[in-house]
Write a protein that binds this ligand. Structure first.
Ligand SMILES: [Zn+2]
Length: 603
């Protein structure tokens, strides 16, 4: 006779202890009445049992249906929701792609369903790190991977017409439309704030949770670019100012401070001060406080924050120069700590200490050469941040443009070369994820296959003619080498950081795809206008804002527009400069000044 599968004795004992513990402390039940046959103990025991099998991840792992049945049974025993098992079951269910409808469990399921988890993304179906997004504007509660959420924000214009009531006027630039919609949203937000939650009433727990969710969403462009976006914030409330949330945002050793006032639809970004001296290596990436509009609803605000952060260089890797006369010991320690920041994920991946890892790097000729070149020399001022968009530039630079046959078969004209570089960078972008790292196989497929083409449909392989065979095999070789280094030596996180540094050298300071691209375009066009230069057709009619917007997608512009943008017609005669020589392409560089360390320089 077979024993029916079910909780074992140890599971039951644990369940009895849990139920008794809660009963005696909180409920005052008669302890004697709690025995292993009570329905509550049974429900808890089943939860303990399936979670144990789920964590063991063996052949005996529970199915999604089984997890759901146990979850629902435990949910019915309402008193025992708070011991963590319901949350753990919900996280396991997300892993199976099982997420409730918004009205399920009294509409309150999101209270114990995790904000972040791992499982299949509802949009792309890939198993990835997921974040839960709130229900609004026709989208249900949903778990999305970082890349799909980024895409969703980019695709949001249809509902914006509807929500804001602002539609594009004939000949209006996207930039102008975006501005008008944004203003409409802020106006309606302010009206809503005045009639909705009042500043002089303390927010409920649910309202606080909503403000935190909104802040996390508003800061998502920074999260994509490697900033650590917390799930909980310091908060304050008073009758005059209403609710306020605060946090120090951090990426590698760079910091700044965020203050969010939801009912004012506003945020302040301010310089970070290491008040307690906890972070002697810290760099504040802001020198002064700035105000950022932050309406309670709508993805347009997320785009506006992306624009502001991009302009401040917060979406690119942090660059740091060391103050002159700094104490040598402090400088050595600072450099060592940046190397540590780069290598710590690899040490965890390889289960080895720093020295063994360095030896393993030195023993690999391909990695050693690039490590010396990229980390030691060209990128020595760049923090090892993990930024997918910048790593894509790094891969385009080091696996396509440099060290391959592409240079020998140089295409005629810088405009064509730029078009191909952009096409390559765009083909790489979808294969980098902030959590999963770089999919080298997929990049190889897309760069060396026949599918790589310019926006007009010309296949890139045709441009190279008979040179394509050499280009293809040399690019393939670079990608294979890096794929091997990623898998065998560094692991996904350190590789992503290394590629971010590789995409942050002076070779690519004028490349499309950087966080500062929009502000670079804006400055160049504004300088040209101020210098009295005519804009290229058709923007001499449409105006500078339309040109700036168009340049966000430079590959879609005509040769004349790109030529104008790269080298202004009068660029050599002391007139305004184009992309090639304009100083705005130089990255923002911060200064590290260990003033607290004793200088070695003798008086
Ligand atoms: Zn996805």
């Amino acid at each position: 006779m077979e024993t029916p599968a079910g909780p074992e004795l140890s599971d039951l004992e644990q369940a009895v202890a849990i139920v008794r513990g809660r009963s005696s402390s909180l409920l005052g039940d008669d302890l004697a009445a709690i025995d292993s046959n009570s329905s509550t103990v049974q429900a808890v025991a089943r939860a303990v049992w399936v979670l144990r099998r789920h964590r063991a991840n063996s052949e005996d792992a529970p199915t999604g249906e089984e997890l759901l049945a146990v979850h629902d049974q435990l949910y019915e025993s309402a008193r025992y929701r708070n011991n963590g098992h319901l949350e753990a079951l919900a996280a396991a269910l997300v892993g199976h792609g099982l997420v409730p409808d918004s009205g399920a469990y009294g509409g309150e399921w999101w209270l114990w369903w995790p904000k972040k988890s791992r499982g299949p993304c509802v949009m792309c179906g890939e198993v990835r790190s997921l974040t839960r997004y709130a229900e609004r504007f026709g989208n249900p509660y949903r778990y999305l991977c970082a890349r799909c959420r980024k895409q969703e924000i980019a695709d949001n214009s249809a509902w914006l017409d509807q929500v804001t009531g602002v539609v594009r006027e004939e000949g209006e630039s996207a930039e102008s439309l975006r501005r008008r919609r944004f203003e409409a949203i802020i106006q309606s937000e302010i009206a809503a704030a005045e009639s909705g939650p009042r500043k002089d009433v303390r927010p409920t727990d649910t309202e606080w949770d909503g403000y935190v969710d909104r802040l996390v969403d508003l800061l998502s462009p920074l999260g994509w670019s490697g900033w650590d976006i917390p799930d909980s914030y310091d908060s304050d409330w008073d009758a005059e100012f209403g609710p306020v949330l605060f946090a120090d945002l951090n990426r590698t050793d760079a910091w700044f401070t965020v203050e969010y006032r939801p009912l004012d639809c506003a945020m302040t970004w301010a310089p970070y001060e290491d008040v307690c001296g906890e972070h002697p290596q810290s760099i504040s990436v802001l020198d002064e406080a700035i105000e950022v509009a932050a309406p309670l609803h709508g993805d347009d605000a997320v785009k506006e924050i992306e624009r502001q952060a991009g302009q401040l260089g917060l979406l690119d890797a942090t660059r740091v120069r060391i103050a002159e006369g700094a104490a040598v010991d402090a400088v050595v320690e600072f450099r060592a700590s940046q190397l540590r920041n780069l290598l710590v994920p690899a040490m965890a991946y390889r289960q080895m200490d720093a020295q063994a890892l360095m030896e393993s790097i030195a023993a690999d000729p391909h990695l050693r050469r690039h490590f010396d070149h990229i980390v030691g020399l060209l990128g020595c001022d760049v923090f090892p941040d993990a930024i997918p968009d910048i790593a894509a530039i790094g891969i385009a630079m080091w696996c396509w443009r440099n060290g391959t046959a592409v240079e020998e078969h140089h295409l005629p004209g810088d405009v064509l070369m730029a078009r191909v570089n952009i096409a390559v960078t765009q083909a790489i972008l979808p294969h980098i994820d902030p959590f999963e790292g770089i999919d080298w196989k997929a990049i190889q497929h897309d760069l060396t296959g026949s599918g790589l083409q310019l926006p007009d449909g010309q296949p890139v392989l045709k441009l190279f003619g008979t040179g394509w065979t050499a280009v293809k095999s040399s690019v393939q070789e670079q990608l294979e080498e890096w794929g091997r280094v990623d898998m065998d030596i560094l692991g996904p996180d350190t590789t992503l950081r290394l590629m971010t540094i590789a995409g942050s050298t002076s070779f690519t300071s004028s490349w499309w795809g950087q966080g500062r691209w929009r502000s670079i375009c804006t400055r160049i066009v504004e300088d040209a206008v101020a210098g009295g230069l005519a804009l290229p057709q058709p923007f001499n009619f449409q105006g500078a804002p339309a040109l700036i917007e168009a340049l966000q997608q430079p590959h879609l512009q005509s040769d004349d527009v790109l030529r104008w943008f790269i080298d202004m017609p009068d660029g050599n005669a002391g007139g305004p400069l184009g992309l090639r020589y304009h100083h705005v392409t130089q990255p923002i560089v911060h200064t590290y000044d260990p003033w607290w360390a004793e200088s070695d320089i003798e008086e």
